[in-house]
Design a protein around this ligand. Structure first.
Ligand SMILES: CC(C)(COP(=O)(O)OP(=O)(O)OC[C@H]1O[C@@H](n2cnc3c(N)ncnc32)[C@H](O)[C@@H]1OP(=O)(O)O)[C@@H](O)C(=O)NCCC(=O)NCCS
Length: 188
């Protein structure tokens, strides 16, 4: 991995800080029913550009202390293909909550998300020094769960029927990983 200022380079993707110029693309992805069904656990989740601008205002001015968002770029083309986030609201000050989505759907299932999540975990564990990382995903999101397991996450447990869409209740899975497990995986 190569870190150039705020850019973290992998083999096929890089992460860089979210910029104001990214918001229209984020807006497009955040209103794609298929993307938000998986990412926000609801295909009906709609977001205006103004709401996004407000939500990211503090972050874009480096005034946000509990969240940092990154754009995932395909390295070869420098094309933005998705976004990911580290949220650090945990009151015990040991855990970071992470999230990721590729907005460009034709790239799902091609390894980009797993590589991007591994870069995000480098940030969480090696640069920010968090002891524990966690995430939630729909329990039926097999592609995401498989990707997260490849990144070293393990299943903690399922909260039953806590999401509602498409006329039905859906289970949500909590996954976690310790820094010691991350370190052991890197060393092996
Ligand atoms: C979740 C996500 C980031 C994973 O990134 P990705 O690049 O698609 O994942 P990868 O290709 O690295 O790995 C996915 C794995 O699931 C498998 N897979 C692909 N499609 C699948 C499907 N429909 N069902 C089950 N497994 C599937 C792939 O074969 C791969 O496993 P393998 O490496 O053993 O072959 C990406 O799919 C995405 O953004 N999805 C939509 C939004 C989302 O779900 N976000 C997560 C919210 S918690």
């Amino acid at each position: 991995m190569r870190i150039l200022g705020i850019v973290i380079e992998g083999e096929r993707v890089r992460l860089r800080k979210l910029e104001k110029l990214d918001l229209p693309l984020l807006h497009k992805w955040a209103n794609d029913r298929e993307v938000v069904a998986w990412a926000r656990f609801s295909p009906e989740h709609m977001t205006s550009l103004a709401a996004l601008e407000k939500a990211y205002e503090k972050e874009l001015h480096d005034e946000e202390t509990e969240r940092v968002s990154f754009v995932i770029e395909e390295s070869a083309s420098s094309r933005p293909i998705g976004w990911c986030v580290v949220r650090t609201w945990d009151r015990k000050h040991v855990s970071a909550n992470v999230g990721i989505s590729l907005g460009e759907k034709e790239l799902w299932g091609k390894g980009y998300g797993t590589e991007a999540m591994n870069l995000l975990l480098e940030i969480v564990f090696d640069h920010q020094g968090w002891h524990h990382a966690e995430l939630w995903t729909l329990a039926e999101n097999e592609r995401a769960i498989k990707s997260f397991e490849k990144c070293g996450f393990r299943r903690v447990g399922v909260e039953r029927e806590v999401a509602y869409f498409s006329s039905g209740y859906h289970d949500v899975l909590l996954m976690e990983q310790l820094k010691s497990e991350w370190d052991a995986r890197k060393a092996s």
